[in-house]
Design a protein. Structure first.
Length: 548
């Protein structure tokens, strides 16, 4: 048997863009017409996840038309492509194998993920048949994403004596995900030896980052090729039963440092959100603090400095150091930079509101007025220039509600939404290794919201090293308060943090979307009620007290 030439199309497919995605598919087919087989990711035609577009008949009709067009165009290569497919009353998450106007086979995904960010059982019916096709003397098996995370779909294919498995994926990034994927593939191969080609989607889609990172494994589980992380591309290789894989023409080792992988995922996510939603660039408030500094670096790396507008908005509590550092970073990165003082705006609010406020202490009211004055400014700039406002809050602050609704929460996209504060520091240091764009002092000085004289975050919150550990255990690992306290954390800190997390769900629901990076983000991964009295049960258990 002659070797098969296979192309892995690790490309970016925009959700709903049926025409544009079809063009990408047709252009790839044209560019790789000397390949025997071209493999696209899961639901490549529609983008992933199409969500409730899948309920629309007009959407379904256009999908069917596009599949016919692709089948007709598949004259030189067999095209393996993911798309939704209706059969009677049932909708499947399918793969079609198309060649010279014919459907060689169609396979329906058997394991539909319904956990974390996935909601496939809302739309699809699981398939029950194994999928494979015979071509040039080879028997080639088909699996779709979640299928390969389970033993049986793989075992069923092996009973059909397939020579090679093609796995089509829309597998979103999270920390350590590439290792999990590799481990799962090697586990399957260990159960029954067979080479596998794993092709992943690559691009940002709202809160999801598809990181590509496609894999080729030999029948012995050896990692033969790995496509780049967060970079759309195609790669071609040959496979024969005798010689295995050879002739990999576009293989590069990916950056394997965890911080590099996270940083690149954030950059891809910002770039795709901005471009796919038609923005001309981004605007953000640059405070001289670490969150806005890192957000600025990510934005400039994603879009180029010319597309980024940073605005320092000083108030009487803003230190000279903050103003100097903001300016220095803007100059180093070459972004557009302006200074707009908020004092007159704040004073005007206070003048009008003072008669209503009376003589009582104002507490956070004045702090929030400062944050909201800044929010109004960045939104006005967005309206005027057509730029997207990036909000700069990190996961730790969002967790405990240390942010102002309609103030510093103003904005359309939150790059650091799933990045705990301690990781913000690590990422800032990582970015500075390539070139020191963030002034060192921004990283070393104690974080402060500068909303009151000499304020430090740690006057109001436990130190971030402690806070982040408690948050990880409570939010990401569902530990009980008692178990966290037993680990050695201060009881009062633990109870306070848990209470803050619970009572601030309303804020998070109103916050901007941002990329999922951890194993559990504050969005689809964690769906908590806003009205939620479970914290009283926790306190009751710990203290024996009876609360409402
Ligand atoms: N359950 C619920 N459902 C719906 N709405 C609810 C609500 N509970 C309160 N609210 C509303 O939310 C308001 C309170 O929220 P909000 O106005 O945001 O204000 P609030 O959470 O009271 O204060 C903001 C906190 O964030 C800190 N902060 C602000 C800015 C930046 C930073 C930083 O370091 O980055 C920190 C600031 O020091 C202060 O501690 C209430 O007045 C009420 O209108
Ligand atoms: N003086 C300022 N000029 C411009 N933007 C500001 C200013 N102060 C706050 N902001 C905006 O509000 C966000 C919240 O800032 P704040 O300083 O209150 O808290 P933070 O979480 O420590 O953020 P950062 O580390 O960026 O300072 C900032 O990231 C920035 O976008
Ligand atoms: N689209 C899917 O089926 C994704 C589920 C899978 N376990 C993954 O994240 O890789």
């Amino acid at each position: 048997m002659r070797p098969l030439k296979l192309t892995l199309a690790q490309l970016d497919f925009t959700v709903g863009a049926l025409n544009q995605n079809s063009k990408t598919i047709l252009a790839t087919m044209q560019a790789h017409q000397d390949s025997d087989i071209i493999v696209f990711p899961e639901l490549a035609l529609t983008g992933y996840p199409p969500e409730d577009l899948l309920f629309r008949e007009d959407f379904e009709q256009l999908v069917a038309q596009a599949i016919t067009t692709i089948a007709t165009a598949a004259q030189h290569s067999v095209v393996v492509i993911g798309h939704p497919q209706r059969v009677g009353n049932e909708l499947f998450n399918s793969v079609s194998v198309l060649y010279q106007g014919q459907l060689l086979t169609r396979y329906h995904k058997q394991r539909l993920p319904q956990y974390g960010v996935f909601d496939e059982q809302r739309y699809f019916i699981p398939g029950h048949q194994t999928g494979f096709f015979d071509y040039q003397g080879y028997r080639i098996g088909l699996l779709i994403c979640e299928d390969i995370w389970h033993a049986e779909p793989w075992a069923a294919l092996q009973r059909e004596k397939v020579d090679l498995v093609l796995s089509l994926n829309a597998s979103p990034y999270e920390v350590d995900k590439h290792q999990q994927r590799l481990h799962i593939l090697q586990q399957r191969i260990h159960e029954k030896a067979c080479p596998v080609i794993y092709v992943n989607n690559c691009g940002g889609q709202d809160e999801l980052v598809f990181d590509g990172h496609s894999l080729v494994l030999s029948a012995t589980g050896e990692l033969v090729a790995e496509l780049p992380h967060c970079e759309p591309c195609c790669a071609t290789l040959s496979y024969s039963s005798d010689a295995g894989f050879s002739g990999i023409d576009d293989w590069r080792p990916y950056a394997s440092e965890p911080l590099a992988l996270i940083y690149q995922a954030l950059v891809l996510s910002v770039r795709d959100y901005v471009q796919k939603n038609g923005f001309k660039g981004v605007t953000l408030g640059l405070s001289g603090g670490i969150d806005s500094a890192l957000t600025l670096a990510i934005a400039a790396d994603a879009l180029g400095a010319a597309q980024v507008h940073a605005v320092m908005m000083p108030f009487k509590y803003t230190s000279q150091m903050s103003q100097d550092d903001a300016q220095l970073q803007a100059e180093r990165m070459g972004v557009n930079y302006d200074v707009v003082a908020i004092e007159p705006i704040y004073d005007s609010f206070m003048q009008q509101l003072s008669p209503l406020f009376g003589d009582d202490a104002l507490g956070t009211t004045t702090e929030n007025l400062q944050a909201r004055s800044r929010g109004v400014i960045v939104m006005a700039l967005s309206n005027k220039t057509g730029s997207l406002v990036l909000t700069t809050g990190n996961k730790s602050e969002l967790a405990v509600g240390y942010c102002t609704l309609y103030g510093d929460m103003c904005g359309g996209f939150a790059p650091l939404k799933d990045i705990p504060k301690t990781l913000v520091f690590a990422l800032a240091r990582y970015r500075n290794q390539a070139q020191e764009v963030i002034p060192e002092r921004v990283i070393t000085r104690p974080p402060s919201a500068e909303l009151a004289p000499d304020q430090k975050d740690e006057d109001n919150l436990p130190p971030y090293e402690v806070l982040d550990k408690i948050l990880t255990l409570y939010v990401e690992q569902d530990w009980s308060a008692a178990a966290i306290i037993d680990c050695g954390f201060d009881r009062a800190d633990v109870l306070r943090v848990i209470k803050l997390v619970d009572i601030n769900e309303y804020k998070r629901r109103q916050g901007a979307v941002g990329p999922k990076i951890t194993s559990r983000n504050f969005s689809k991964d964690r769906r908590y009620p806003i009205t939620n009295h479970f914290r009283y049960e926790i306190e009751r258990q710990l203290e024996g007290s009876s609360k409402p």
